[in-house]
Structure formats: structure tokens, C-alpha cells
Design a protein around this ligand. Structure first.
Ligand code: HEC
Ligand code: HEC
Ligand code: HEC
Ligand code: HEC
Ligand code: HEC
Ligand code: HEC
Length: 497
């Protein structure tokens, strides 16, 4: 029970091999994907879960990870796709991570801390490291999976971005579809190891002697007196929300360690770097851009913000077309056709494409490239003629216009890694009055390139993956087009993370 089954090991090796091949471009073409009648989309609700490894003295957070999923019966030329929950069961496992007892001492203290007797490797909601999702309205959820960041093969080294295996089965037990979402977890809450506090006992001894606090009455669950929404519900507790107290107590970091480094002292962390989505990787956003600094996180609670419930919204920076409904958290919001925002964009803090290849693997498996789930055929089976998510029409329509009837421009390497140089080659009479242009998937013109024609009418050009403003473009599908009078030649480039 405590070891990986050969089948699981084989599968995870296969996954790693698959990703490598995909990144090399072997499977970058949509036509080579083999999606069946259904697709299953799955993600973690928060983008990261923190837990204590040791609970003997202090317990801030127990092992408790959530996966969410949607199953889609794919459409075809005459039928729209359908989100299904009836007649489907969804199971999860974490290949290579089959037990938690011993990787954390949580099970020794669960009864003292939470007043419950838990069987080994079973978490606070009664789930283990393998099990089935609950079918809810329009989606599935598996909450409280007690995973640790330690694999069976390497139980002392943290691996914060493990992949779960989620399989959808029909009523007869036959597999319909599978997906491998990252189930992120880290113990990098570095009170002592970060070099800030001498010892845990030291922290406890420093705590004010109020409200019945006794530093020797260990193990101490901070949430016993300080409200922590995930454990206590939205209620400040007898001693004020933990988030308010902890950020206020450490708000000197706003001066001594401003920026993401200060947040990474407690939120995982210098090694884990849990903020890994496109907005941080490609556009330099840090925690403070969305949440404010330590003082603001704390002070806003004093002014009525409920921690974990009143959080930043996409619509505060993006337009409402690209936002959640007011009052609904991103993690709970649905968009196009009832599909969850996170099904297409992934978890908060890991908005696709992610810095971490394992996050990108599921999107690559579905649509051949990393980034937002944008390929209509994944769900529709065909390219619908109407507008899709956020009113976006299909790339294929743009593709039809740009590629239709033109001769081919060769592009290589393709796919290209962001930041890499793409060489372009074709045939042309001369460059006089011609244009070599780059378009994005929505058909917008994003860059004019220099072209030259030499020798036997060989047209050459190069694109450095930047737009007209000099910024690196996001991973996705791009088109290059040469036109000069009646001459027209086009090519396609996939930029990957
Ligand atoms: C038995 C109740 C109780 C428990 C358990 C408890 N606290 Fe407190 N804590 C309090 C009270 C009461 C206050 C004072 C609140 C006030 O000032 O209104 C406080 C205040 C704090 C403050 C702010 C104090 C300051 O100096 O600014 C911090 C930080 C804090 N607690 C951290 C923790 C941590 C970490 C844990 C878990 C190890 C914890 N508390 C567990 C009762 C408790
Ligand atoms: C691009 C904006 C953005 C950045 C940057 C960002 N966050 Fe968030 N964060 C959000 C959003 C949006 C939510 C609410 C997501 C939800 O629950 O739907 C959130 C929620 C949270 C939560 C509550 C748990 C949860 O997911 O609901 C924590 C803790 C958090 N963020 C910490 C951080 C830390 C620490 C950093 C930097 C390392 C950071 N965030 C960077 C947007 C951001
Ligand atoms: C001294 C440790 C510490 C530092 C430094 C820290 N946090 Fe936190 N933070 C915590 C803990 C512990 C929690 C969990 C509290 C809870 O569960 O309610 C938390 C929870 C949060 C939450 C979710 C609860 C809420 O208030 O909505 C957000 C958002 C957050 N932190 C943002 C930040 C940002 C942004 C920074 C950097 C500017 C930061 N934190 C730095 C310890 C820290
Ligand atoms: C603090 C402001 C802020 C918040 C909040 C925010 N974003 Fe962004 N987002 C940006 C900025 C700035 C960019 C870069 C825009 C650019 O230069 O093209 C961006 C870009 C993006 C992109 C395009 C990335 C790419 O690779 O082209 C996506 C997708 C995105 N955000 C999704 C989200 C989602 C989903 C949320 C809510 C969970 C969110 N954003 C919340 C500021 C924000
Ligand atoms: C069916 C898939 C799908 C769903 C569901 C979806 N989106 Fe998008 N979203 C897209 C695509 C495709 C884009 C185009 C840009 C890209 O490829 O990243 C996009 C772009 C965005 C952007 C970036 C806009 C910019 O300025 O670059 C934001 C923000 C965003 N979506 C937020 C949301 C939110 C919030 C929800 C839920 C209410 C949601 N999306 C639901 C597919 C989806
Ligand atoms: C993640 C799955 C998914 C993706 C990707 C997706 N769709 Fe859909 N789409 C759906 C679902 C589910 C429905 C709802 C069907 C229903 O109403 O019964 C839908 C409905 C539609 C409809 C019918 C009108 C409506 O809004 O109800 C159109 C048109 C459409 N999609 C276009 C697109 C286009 C264009 C794209 C690609 C740019 C796209 N979709 C990508 C899942 C998806």
C-alpha cells in the first residue's frame, strides 16, 4: 500500500515522456491529438496549499488539498458540447504519492487539534490519497485530500508541484477521459527555517498572555482563537482573524523587505515560488500588485474585509468582459457555456501559461500547446461559427482567412520557445512594396518585419517573438504573412513557454 504500483509508475514515466515530446514539437499539431467522446478538465482551487509538516507545537494548516473538475461530452457539427455530471464517476490518485503518515506528524496530533480520530492517511473530510470526486451542480469536487509535498520515492525532499491523475468513467466503469492536474502543496512556511525566529517555543513564549493562551499547552491550533476562514468559516474568532494579526505583527517587512521576497518569507516560498502564472512570469506582477502590502492586507480586515472571501478580482484590472460577476470569487465563477473560468485559465496564481511545465502539461495534452484553453475543437469537436469565450471567434476562422489559398512560408523552429528567434523562408519577386507581418490568433496585426529577397527569389526574414512595442508575445498561435500585390504567402508559428 505504501509503494507505487508498476502501472502507476509506468504511467507517470509515460507522462513525462509525452510532455518532452510535445515541447519538442512532435505533437504540436492539433490533428495528431486523440481526444475521445469526452474531455475532463481539472485544477486545484487555490493554486497552492500550505501545510505544517510538524504539528507537535504549532498547527497553522493541516494537509488539505482540493481538486475541482468538469467533464464535457464533446460536441460535433450538429450538437453543442454538454457539461455532464450524471452517469459519470471521477476518481483521483497521486501516482508516486500513496501515503502521508510519517511524512508529517499530523496524524499523531489530529485528535488533540481537531477532536477527531482519523484513520491513517485519511484527512479531515474523510478522503484519502485515492478516491472519488463528489458530483455537484455542473462540476465535481474532491476536497480535503491529505497530500504532502513528499513523494514515496523521495520522502525528505519537497516536490511542491506533483500531478494527480483524474479519470472519468462511465456507469459501466469504462474510461472516458483522463487529465493530470497539478495538486500543489508546500510546507515552506519558514518561521524558523527562514532565519526569522530562533525556535517555535520562542514564538509561543512571545505570544501575549491573553484570552487563556498558554505557551505550554501544546499542540496549539492558532485557529482555536483566531478565525481562519478555511477552518472556522468567516468568523473572526475570540482573538481576531489570524490573517489580520499575522500580517499586522509582521508589517515591518513593508520597509525591510518590500516586494515578493517579504511575502515569500511565509507564503511558499523562496524555493517553491508559488506565484507562477503568466502575469508574474511574463508581465512582472507581484503579490502586492493584486493584494496590497502587509499593512493593507491586515488593515483592510480591520475595515471590514473578510479574509479568503474578499479577494482581488480579475475585473479590477481587466474589463468586465474578462471578469467574474461582482461578488463571485474567480475560483467559483463560470464563463462561456457554464465552463469554469479556471477550467480554461487554470488556478489563481498559476494562470496559464505557467512557469512550471507540469502545470502546462494538461493544456498541451488537450490542445497541443500551453496557455489558455482556446482551441474550440477540444470541446466542440468542430469549429463553431458563432462567438466563443468573451466573444472571441475561433482561431480557425482567422486561420482560414490568413492561410486560405496562400502559398506557404516556412517557419522554424516551430514551435519556438518564448524569446527564441523564428526564421522565415519563402519565395518572392522582390521586396519593393511588400509587407512581412505577424498576426496574433485573434487576427490582430502585431508586428511588421524586415524581409529580403536574394538569389533565386528566396525570401528570408526573422521574428524575435516580440510585438511592435518590443514586448515578448505570450505563448500561443501566431501567423506570418508576406504580401506584395497579388503575391501572398503565409505560415503559422506556435510560441511555447
Ligand atoms: C487561546 C487563544 C489563542 C490562541 C490558541 C492563539 N492566540 Fe494569538 N492571540 C490571542 C489573543 C487573545 C490575542 C490578543 C488579541 C487582541 O489584541 O485583541 C492574540 C494576539 C495574537 C497576535 C498579535 C499580537 C501582537 O503582539 O501584536 C499574534 C501575531 C498572534 N496572536 C499569533 C498567534 C499564533 C501564531 C497562534 C498559533 C500558534 C495563536 N496566536 C494562537 C489568543 C490566542
Ligand atoms: C494577478 C493577481 C494576483 C497576484 C499577483 C497574487 N494573487 Fe493572491 N489572489 C488573487 C486572486 C484573484 C485571489 C482569489 C482567488 C479565488 O479564490 O478565487 C487570490 C487569493 C489569495 C489567497 C487566498 C487563498 C485563495 O487562493 O483564495 C492567498 C493566501 C494569496 N492570494 C496570496 C498571494 C501571495 C502570497 C501572492 C504572491 C506570492 C499572491 N497572492 C499574488 C490574485 C493574485
Ligand atoms: C509572517 C508570515 C506572513 C507573511 C510575511 C505574509 N503572510 Fe499572508 N498569510 C500568512 C498566514 C499564516 C496566512 C493564513 C491566514 C489564514 O488562514 O487566514 C496568510 C494569509 C494570507 C491571505 C489570505 C487571507 C486574507 O487575508 O485574505 C492573503 C491574501 C495574504 N496572506 C497575502 C499576503 C501578502 C500579499 C503578503 C506580502 C505582502 C503576505 N501575505 C505576507 C502569513 C504571512
Ligand atoms: C493587478 C491587476 C491584475 C489583476 C487583478 C489581474 N490581472 Fe491579468 N493581467 C494584468 C496585466 C497588467 C497583464 C498584462 C497585460 C499586457 O501587457 O498585455 C495581464 C494579463 C493577463 C492575461 C494575458 C496573459 C498573456 O499571456 O497574454 C491573462 C490570461 C490574464 N491576465 C488573466 C487574469 C485572470 C484570470 C485574473 C483573475 C484571476 C487576472 N488576470 C487578474 C493585470 C491583472
Ligand atoms: C472556454 C474557455 C474560457 C473560459 C470558460 C473563460 N475564458 Fe477567459 N479567456 C479565454 C480565451 C481563449 C482568452 C483569450 C486570450 C488568451 O488566449 O489568453 C481569454 C482571456 C481572458 C483574460 C485576458 C484578457 C486580456 O486582457 O488579455 C482574462 C482576464 C480572462 N479571460 C478572464 C476570465 C474569467 C474571469 C472567466 C470566468 C468568468 C473566464 N475568463 C472564462 C478562454 C476562456
Ligand atoms: C472548455 C470547453 C469549451 C471550449 C474550449 C469552447 N466552448 Fe463553446 N461551448 C461550450 C459549452 C459547454 C457550451 C454550451 C452548450 C449549451 O449551451 O448547451 C458552448 C457553447 C458555444 C456556442 C453556442 C452559443 C452559446 O454561447 O451558447 C458557441 C457559438 C460557442 N460555444 C463557440 C465557441 C468558440 C468559437 C470557441 C473557441 C474560440 C469555443 N466555443 C470554445 C464549451 C466550450
Amino acid at each position: 500500500m505504501h509503494s507505487t504500483t508498476p502501472q502507476r509508475a509506468a504511467r507517470s514515466v509515460a507522462v513525462v515522456g509525452f510532455v518532452a515530446l510535445t515541447l519538442l514539437g512532435v505533437r504540436s499539431d492539433a490533428d495528431t491529438r486523440d481526444l475521445g467522446t469526452h474531455v475532463v478538465l481539472s485544477w486545484n482551487d487555490l493554486g497552492m496549499h500550505c501545510m505544517n509538516q510538524d504539528h507537535a507545537q504549532i498547527s497553522i494548516l493541516p494537509p488539505y488539498n482540493d481538486l475541482v473538475a468538469q467533464v464535457i461530452l464533446r460536441g460535433n457539427a450538429t450538437t453543442l458540447p454538454q457539461i455532464v455530471t450524471d452517469g459519470v464517476t471521477l476518481e483521483y490518485s497521486i501516482p508516486g504519492n500513496t501515503y502521508s503518515v510519517g511524512k508529517t506528524d499530523f496524524w499523531d496530533y489530529a485528535q488533540d487539534l481537531f477532536g477527531v480520530i482519523l484513520p491513517p492517511n485519511v484527512g479531515l473530510t474523510g478522503r484519502g490519497l485515492t478516491g472519488t470526486f463528489d458530483a455537484l451542480s455542473g462540476y465535481f469536487e474532491a476536497d480535503g485530500i491529505p497530500i504532502t509535498p513528499f513523494t514515496d520515492a523521495n520522502p525528505t525532499v519537497e516536490d511542491p508541484y506533483q500531478q494527480a491523475l483524474v479519470i472519468a468513467r462511465d456507469a459501466g466503469g469504462a474510461e472516458l477521459a483522463r487529465v493530470e492536474p497539478v495538486i500543489p502543496v508546500s510546507t515552506e512556511v519558514s518561521c524558523v527555517s527562514g532565519g526569522c525566529h530562533g525556535s517555535i517555543q520562542g514564538i509561543l513564549n512571545q505570544h501575549e498572555d491573553e484570552g487563556g493562551f498558554n505557551p505550554n499547552n501544546t499542540p496549539i491550533l492558532c485557529a482555536q482563537c483566531h478565525g481562519m476562514t478555511p477552518l472556522t468559516g468567516p468568523n473572526p474568532g475570540t482573538a481576531g482573524y489570524f490573517s489580520r494579526r499575522i500580517h499586522e505583527k509582521h508589517d515591518f517587512l513593508d520597509q525591510s523587505m518590500p516586494g515578493i521576497a517579504g511575502c515569500y518569507k511565509c507564503h511558499p516560498g523562496q524555493n517553491t515560488s508559488c506565484l507562477r502564472g503568466t502575469m508574474s512570469t511574463n508581465f512582472g506582477l507581484v503579490c502586492q500588485d493584486c493584494h496590497g502590502n502587509m499593512h493593507q492586507v491586515s488593515d483592510s480586515i480591520g475595515n471590514g474585509r473578510t479574509p479568503w472571501i474578499d479577494e482581488p478580482a480579475c475585473r479590477t484590472c481587466h474589463t468586465a468582459t474578462y471578469g467574474e460577476p461582482v461578488g463571485t470569487l474567480y475560483r467559483n465563477a463560470v464563463g462561456h457555456g457554464g465552463v469554469r473560468c479556471a477550467a480554461c485559465h487554470d488556478s489563481p496564481h498559476a494562470i496559464a501559461p505557467s512557469r512550471v511545465d507540469r502545470d502546462n502539461a494538461k493544456m498541451i495534452a488537450l490542445q497541443g500547446h500551453a496557455g489558455t484553453l482556446s482551441d474550440c475543437t477540444v470541446c466542440h469537436g468542430v469549429v463553431p461559427s458563432g462567438a466563443g469565450p468573451h466573444g472571441i471567434t475561433s482561431t480557425a476562422v482567422v486561420e482560414g482567412e490568413l492561410l486560405g489559398g496562400a502559398s506557404k512560408l516556412a517557419t522554424f523552429p516551430n514551435p519556438v520557445r518564448a524569446g527564441g528567434l523564428v526564421r522565415i523562408r519563402g519565395t518572392a519577386e522582390s521586396t519593393d512594396g511588400g509587407h512581412l507581418l505577424v498576426f496574433d490568433a485573434a487576427g490582430r496585426t502585431i508586428r511588421k518585419l524586415e524581409a529580403s529577397v536574394a538569389g533565386s527569389r528566396e525570401l528570408t526574414g526573422a521574428w524575435d517573438g516580440r510585438n511592435a512595442r518590443g514586448e515578448s508575445v505570450a505563448p500561443g498561435v501566431y501567423f506570418v504573412r508576406w504580401t506584395r500585390g497579388e503575391e501572398k504567402a503565409t505560415g503559422k508559428v506556435v510560441v511555447i513557454d
